[in-house]
Design a protein around this ligand. Structure first.
Ligand code: ADP
Ligand code: MG
Length: 427
């Protein structure tokens, strides 16, 4: 398909020029496919892999098609599975809407009700919400959804996996029936299909093949018993960072972050038991390069969109091939190449080979070989080890001897920050 422009897809000039200021000039495939229908007011369901640009695909119609809201009666609603995703989506919407545009607010649990209630009373045009907290606020009478004109269900498959569907359905039942509903998901079958059938009106379906999920990524599988994993991970994340390392449990995440810090690898952990502030600090340390490794559990990592992650390590195995793809999609985002390493114990070999077959990857598990990772020439100097007693907190000070930006070949960026100096396009 020849590349098009946002303007040619019907995006208003003001929005297109704000995108251009951030270096976003060429629509990604899912955006080119869905924007004309979504901007025309049709229901759309879009299936596309992680990192394919779904946020703009719904964000542009949302800021374009919602009007000014009365207090406690938002006009636009985005339902998301995690608080991190809520923050990232709202940052993107704020950037899209511009300084005089829609008032956007996030609503999620783990923080006080006061600020959210106050803002709702002043008036919020577009609400980005996790289902549980939004349902609480609806029950308290602080917000009503009967004026919502556009609903977005983002990462619908993840909301289903996390058990949010009953709540999502109850919420959608209170939205006016003549609204527009946009649904985005990595899969459109099973529970998500039920949502589509019940809550969308003759939706236009657009699917972007999973093969586009960072086809440039390298997938490496090593034989490693549990006790060998730490020693194997250290040189890998020193060669390829920023890196996200996945563990199965919250406890495992904390322990590994501690062990890595002890070994001189600046690391932070993120998982569901951390407070919102702790999670944000950890994510900030990772995105600004003070920590070279983010240790995460599956649930905590959902919705974390950090660009330029060089490497993903499956320290504990993923639950299934869907989780493998989701975890691995944290690297290789927006067209850059990444490495995905899995550490496989003997008793997991059979299951892993089955998964490799399902995913169309070469079948086999290799003996560890660091040569796989020795990038010819300059190897970046990793950040200085954080001197804090608790490795799961973001290091507060930056040592003067920390590497300069030039030494760092890549610097991760959270999406949606208008300040980001360069965005990679060219897909
Ligand atoms: P998804 O929700 O599909 O996982 P995102 O919406 O988070 O993907 O987008 C992934 C990254 O790609 C973000 O950093 C985003 O800013 C960037 N991006 C999205 N669309 C474009 C585009 N058309 N050109 C350049 N970068 C883009
Ligand atoms: Mg997304």
């Amino acid at each position: 398909m020849p590349s098009t422009t946002f303007a040619a897809l019907g995006v208003p000039a003001a929005v297109a020029s704000r995108l251009e200021q951030r270096g976003i000039t060429t629509p990604f495939p899912i955006q080119a496919a869905t924007l004309p229908d979504a901007l025309a007011g049709r229901d759309v369901c879009g299936k596309a892999p992680t990192g394919s640009g779904k946020t703009l695909a719904f964000g542009i119609p949302l800021v374009t098609r919602t009007s000014k809201a009365q207090p406690r009666h938002p006009r636009g609603l985005v339902l998301v599975p995690t608080r991190e995703l809520a923050n990232q989506v709202s940052e993107e919407l704020i950037a899209l809407a511009g300084p005089k545009g829609a008032r956007v607010m996030t609503v999620f649990g783990g923080v006080g009700f006061g600020g959210q209630i106050q803002a709702l009373r002043r008036g919020v045009d577009i609400l980005v919400a996790c289902p549980g907290r939004l349902a609480d606020l609806v029950r308290q009478g602080e917000v009503r959804l009967d004026a919502v004109e556009v609903v977005v269900l983002d990462e619908a498959d993840r909301m289903a996996d996390m058990g949010f569907l009953p709540e999502v359905r109850r919420l959608l039942d209170t939205v006016r029936p003549d609204r527009q509903t946009l649904l985005f998901s990595a899969t459109l079958d099973g529970d998500v299909d039920v949502l589509i059938r019940h809550y969308q009106k003759q939706p236009v379906r657009h699917e972007i093949a999973v093969e586009q999920d960072a086809p440039q990524n390298r997938h490496v599988f090593w034989r490693a018993e549990r006790s060998e994993r730490l020693e194997l991970t250290i040189p890998v994340v020193n060669a390829e960072w920023p890196a996200i390392v996945f563990t199965r449990t919250k406890h495992g995440a904390d322990r590994l972050a501690k062990q890595l810090n002890k070994s001189g690898v600046a690391s932070v952990a993120i998982h569901g038991d951390r407070s919102q502030a702790q999670r944000e600090r950890a994510l900030a340390a990772f995105t600004n390069g003070k920590a070279q490794v983010l240790v995460a559990t599956d649930v905590a990592a959902r919705g974390i969109h950090v660009d330029a992650v060089a490497c993903v390590v499956h320290y504990d195995p993923p639950a299934d091939e869907k989780d493998y793809t989701h975890r691995s999609g944290r690297t290789g985002r927006a067209g850059a190449a990444g490495v995905v390493l899995s550490l496989i114990a003997m008793e997991q070999h059979k299951g892993v080979k089955l998964m490799q077959r399902k995913l169309g990857l070469p079948v086999g598990i290799d003996h560890p070989d660091m040569a796989t990772f020795s990038t010819a020439g300059a190897r970046p100097t990793p950040p200085v080890l954080a001197q804090e007693p608790t490795p799961t907190h973001a290091p507060r000070q930056h040592r003067p001897s920390a590497p300069s930006t030039q030494q760092r070949p890549r610097r991760p960026q959270v999406q949606g920050r208008g300040k980001a100096p360069s965005r990679r396009g060219g897909r």
